[in-house]
Design a protein around this ligand. Structure first.
Ligand code: MSP
Length: 496
């Protein structure tokens, strides 16, 4: 494994309104990027927009504007949402940028020079909504709309020639496709003959795309164009040093619906162009509403903006990370959101801060008291905290984010139990020194909890650390400074 960490999200179709599906993958990438930065790994986090293709051209035509203008007007909706969601991406790529068009053309040239592109007349069924040729069987499945018979000359990429090499790669690189069941799905798909990929669209039918360098009557198929964004942004063809540094990507995060394009088209394209394959592709499941996929056509899409406006960004980030077992589908319900919020964030976490800070304000002039010597109970908390810190790295690297969060919350619950047992609100009346030890311990455990949770709830963690006037964000026991004045703060997670 390289010591740098490069993580990507899919680039989203520019004309869709951003919804919870987009927000989820982007938050997940953000959380992983922040965890890795906290582990002192140099990190590059990329997201962006997929702006070519028929759907964009059509949407622009319906509004009576040029396609480029349409994209320029739609793109800020995503950028604004990411800002609002505290997304810490290092780059934002749009496929209509010049830097990207150049790279797509360069890759097309390479693949062409490698003898992997040929021209052929194709006659068959075409799904306008999916923007690709489909088989008879697919047409019968009823999953495709706007099906037309098309007879067209096009360019094809000899994907079939890479089938065995891809199978070998997947089998030798056990973590290339994750989770395991998705890897098996791809291997199953590859057991059947692999067709070649139509990579062009005649301008007579679609002109919103990147022109083929070897035939100006055609534009590039939108998926062939889009996948290349991952190397454009990491410096391919523009900055060789950067490209060496970041490529291959550590993770392409995707939803399960775009597995074939990422796990079959993309690697074979890279093989033909003579480039390394990404280290890992991770496909997560879907957010469902009452067991149905959220989608515009179902009309059951949760608008993340509404939730955020009502409850704040960090609780939404926490819920999405805590509720989904990575790789499986998860059900979104308002009920489970509120339950999670109240039990984990308000009762366990926020409440602990307000208890500790109230007692310190009342009895220690609002300062962090001296802890003195730790007893067995304090040492246990300290040791549990240290074990938690070292286990967390494995959980994150193993993509078990929900478990990592549960472990942190369990630690916090343990601290609450310790507070109940020690009852510093009583103890302070008889033995102020001992009560100081208890409050310092609980406060320090909270500080550690906040640092550990900061990738998921960056804003609220910062409020907590600020409230305890902790200048030290180190993940080692003893970061609270006795004598430091507590600062006033808003209730961290007011109960819903
Ligand atoms: N433009 C392509 C990706 C090109 S990447 C080179 C695309 N865009 S998309 O806008 O349709 O959104 C893609 C991502 O959003 C997918 O990963 C998809 O799985 C995810 N989601 C869309 N709805 C979703 C849910 N309901 N739940 C979770 N993620 C879902 O495909």
């Amino acid at each position: 494994m390289k010591d740098t960490f490069y993580i990507t999200t899919p680039i989203y179709y520019v004309n869709d309104k951003p919804h919870i599906g987009h927000a989820y993958t982007t938050i997940l990438a953000d959380v992983l990027a922040r965890f890795h930065r906290n582990l002192n790994r140099e990190t590059f986090f990329l997201t962006g927009l997929d702006e070519h293709g028929q759907k964009v051209q059509q949407a622009a035509a319906e509004r009576g504007v040029e396609a480029q203008q349409h994209c320029d007007e739609m793109a800020p909706r995503f950028m604004k949402l990411w800002k609002k969601l505290h997304i810490s991406n290092d780059d934002f790529i749009r496929t209509t940028e010049d830097r990207h068009k150049k790279v797509v053309q360069e890759i097309l040239k390479r693949v062409h020079d490698a003898g992997d592109i040929y021209e052929d007349e194709y006659e068959g069924l075409y799904s306008v909504s999916e923007e690709r040729f489909i088989t008879e069987k697919e047409a019968e499945s009823g999953e495709f709309r706007d099906i037309k018979e098309l007879k067209e000359k096009n360019y094809f990429f000899k994907m079939s020639g890479y089938r065995q090499r891809l199978i070998d790669h997947i089998e030798t690189n056990k973590t290339f496709i994750q989770p395991e069941h998705r890897k098996n799905e791809v291997l199953g798909f590859l057991r059947q003959p692999l067709a070649d990929l139509c990579i062009s669209r005649p301008k007579s039918r679609l002109n919103w795309g990147i022109e083929l360098p070897f035939d100006t009557n055609y534009v590039t198929y939108v998926w062939f164009d889009a996948l290349i964004n991952y190397i454009t942004a990491s410096g391919f063809g523009s900055n060789e040093t950067l490209f060496q540094k970041w490529w291959p990507a550590s993770y392409h995060l995707i939803g399960k619906d775009i597995l074939t394009t990422h796990a079959v088209y993309w690697p074979t394209m890279l093989m033909s162009a003579g480039l390394e394959l990404p280290e890992a592709i991770f496909a997560h499941g879907w957010w469902l509403m009452a067991d149905a996929k959220m989608s515009k056509s179902q009309g059951n899409v949760v608008n993340p903006m509404d939730l955020i406006d009502d409850y704040g960004v960090d609780p939404v980030r926490y819920y999405l990370m805590r509720e989904m077992v990575l790789g499986q589908d998860a059900n979104f319900t308002m009920e489970s959101f509120i339950k999670r919020y109240n039990s984990d964030l308000a009762n366990d976490f926020g409440n602990l801060l307000s208890r500790v800070s109230t007692l310190m304000k009342k009895n220690y002039d609002g300062k962090i008291p001296e802890p003195g010597e730790l007893n067995a109970a304090e040492n246990e908390i300290k040791n549990t905290g240290q074990a938690l810190i070292s286990n967390l790295e494995n959980k994150i690297k193993g993509m078990k984010i929900n478990e990592a969060l549960e472990d942190i919350m369990q630690f916090i619950r343990g601290v609450n139990k310790y507070m109940e047992e020690q009852a510093p609100w009583k103890l302070v009346k008889e033995d102020k020194e001992s009560a100081a030890r208890v409050l310092y311990t609980a406060g320090e455990a909270l500080r550690i909890g906040a640092v550990l949770l900061s990738p998921v709830i960056p804003n609220r963690s910062a409020i907590l650390i600020e409230a305890l006037n902790a200048t030290d964000a180190a993940l080692e026991w003893g970061g609270l400074t006795p004598g430091n004045q507590l600062r006033d703060h808003q209730p961290l997670f007011p109960r819903i």
